[in-house]
Design a protein around this ligand. Structure first.
Ligand code: SF4
Length: 371
């Protein structure tokens, strides 16, 4: 089970409930390799409050970008729903939804049209969405909002004439052109020089504070998430494992995976470069481990962790973690006994397991080969 989303007391502008997404992927390199199912995101709920930043943090392959794309309605979830202003959204990506929920991508160069000047890149959304008749004034205003001045000069440049940070500012200005309520920023600073990352993060913080924008910040860097976000949710192997206000999560991480991420975050006081590699790699999402998906890497793994997914537990107000360490010992023992019974009787219904979970448990017991 994934960790429950944080209850912030702030009304959610954009919300994903129980989002699940799998993809069909080719097996091997041959012509007749067949196909596998890759379970990218399973039962993830996340919400972004008004004038708040929610960070989704995880390693590559954790499913965080897939969650952002489902919220942007660029891809359709297998199950679960997306709500805007508390109202379930229709299928597809209606134009009004696309206006209100804008996405900023990792590579600002790829997201701008390289053969057109900055002005053209900004004018296009203004015209498509009929935002204003004062196009020149709007372009100048947008460039000023992202601190690209003198605006006339930047407006006349081509994307290749800008630095990476300036290009990302143009991408943000283009997103702002249609007066959105939500920005979904997918690793917006990871391709930028370290020296200019802070400027873009500060710009996003300023848009939240001065204009009341709601922002989803997708990142692998938990340090920058703490700097920018009000709330952090941590994903591992397609599931949400911990969620809390950012200070609570980073000062007092409850899930061993969050603790691992924090131990690998850059620290000027540390002489050795941090690395997550030495602690193992995330599992395959084609045949994820049974029980807690983190158990092959977890230094605290218990017998029950191998067999049963941990429930989401509120470890402090507004701070949830999906980990057996935080489950009352009596309940854990009862679950362990039920797990033992389940193995002894080989009865999938003994646990109330859904067909997918019982199949996964069975696949693990048989060395990854589904029966
Ligand atoms: Fe998962 Fe168990 Fe480790 Fe908690 S203690 S993270 S449930 S393996």
């Amino acid at each position: 089970m994934s960790a429950a989303p944080v209850a912030t007391g702030v009304a959610a502008v954009l919300e994903g409930r129980n989002l699940t997404k799998s993809f069909s992927v080719k097996r091997g390199h041959g012509l007749f390799g067949g196909r596998d199912r890759l379970y990218a995101v399973q039962d993830v709920s996340v919400s972004i409050g008004a004038a708040r930043v929610t960070a989704v943090v995880g390693e590559s392959g954790s499913g965080k970008t897939t969650v952002a794309r489902m919220l942007a309605k660029i891809i359709t979830p297998d199950s679960g729903e997306v709500l805007l202003n508390g109202v379930p959204t229709p299928r597809g990506r209606p134009r009004e939804y696309a206006r209100q929920v804008q996405m900023i991508f990792q590579d600002p160069f790829a997201s701008l049209n390289p053969v057109h000047r900055v002005r053209h890149n900004l004018v296009r959304p203004l015209k498509i969405h009929h935002i204003t008749d004062d196009i020149d004034g709007a372009v100048t205003g947008l460039l000023r909002r992202v601190s690209l001045e003198p605006a006339d000069e930047f407006s006349a440049k081509f994307p290749h004439e800008l630095s990476g940070g300036q290009r990302q500012r143009v991408a943000i200005a283009r997103a702002l052109a249609v007066r959105p309520r939500v920005l979904l920023a997918d690793e917006p600073v990871s391709m930028l020089d370290v020296s200019i990352r802070l400027g873009v993060l500060n710009l996003l913080a300023d848009l939240r504070d001065s204009e009341g924008l709601s922002i989803l910040y997708v990142t692998h860097d938990i340090g920058s998430a703490r700097y920018l976000a009000d709330t952090i949710v941590v994903m591992y192997a397609g599931q949400l494992v911990e969620a809390a206000p950012s200070v609570s999560l980073t000062d007092d991480p409850a899930h061993p995976y969050t603790q691992l991420l924090l131990s690998a975050a850059p620290d000027p006081a540390r002489s050795e470069a941090p690395s997550l590699v030495r602690s193992g790699a995330p599992p395959s999402l084609i045949a994820p481990p049974s029980g807690c998906r983190f158990h092959p890497r977890c230094p605290h793994a218990m017998e029950i962790c191998h067999r049963v997914s941990p429930p989401s537990v509120e470890v402090s107000p507004g701070h949830t973690a999906a980990c057996w360490l935080h489950v009352d010992q009596g309940k854990r023992q009862a679950e362990e006994e039920r797990a033992a019974d389940h193995v002894a009787t080989n009865d999938p219904s003994a646990f109330g397991l859904g067909p997918e979970r019982s199949q996964r448990t069975s696949a693990t017991r048989t060395g990854g080969k589904e029966e």
